[in-house]
Ligand binder design. Structure first.
Ligand code: SF4
Ligand code: SF4
Ligand code: ZN
Length: 146
């Protein structure tokens, strides 16, 4: 393992998939060992302010509609979600909208199965972090820096 790398024994599960399509199991805030975020559906007391105040998670249309994921919203995909998706596609080679489409079509369990394969480090097999160029467990550089 490279110096500075962290290990995480946490695995991807359905409870970690946020309403916006984010897989919190790949988030650095969730994977880090100190002050780890408990994920979008986790306890707010242990989260950073930006996630507690997230306007997608707290969206009243979701509360009123009583659905879990944004694809069930009549305004899907709303401007907020498209903006988030664009940022992730550009910066982190991941699309929230593609994730949600997959969940809509095949269900969250199948999505979780796909995520486990898709985000397994080719070198050590542990879960990659979407926000990091290197595997947080073994240091393998899985994504280009550009
Ligand atoms: S910081 Fe936000 S995206 Fe990351 S695990 Fe927490 S709730 Fe999920
Ligand atoms: S898709 Fe609908 S529920 Fe989700 S953030 Fe946008 S308006 Fe709210
Ligand atoms: Zn690895």
């Amino acid at each position: 393992m490279k110096p500075g790398a962290t290990t995480s024994a946490k695995s991807i599960k359905a409870a970690l998939i946020a309403p916006c399509g984010m897989n919190c199991g790949l988030c650095y805030a969730y994977m880090r060992e100190e002050k780890a975020c408990p994920s979008c559906f986790g306890n707010d007391e242990d989260k950073n302010k930006s996630c507690v105040q997230c306007r997608i998670r707290n969206c009243e249309k979701r509360a009123v509609g009583g659905f879990k994921y944004c694809f069930a919203c009549k305004d899907f995909p709303c401007a907020r979600l498209k903006q988030l998706d664009k940022r992730y596609r550009t910066k982190y080679v991941m699309s929230m909208l593609d994730n949600l489409e997959h969940i809509r079509q095949f269900g969250v369990r199948e999505f979780v199965r796909r995520e486990k394969t898709r985000w397994a480090c080719p070198e050590c097999g542990r879960t990659l972090c979407v926000h990091k160029v290197e595997c947080v467990s073994c240091g393998y550089e899985w994504r280009s820096r550009t």
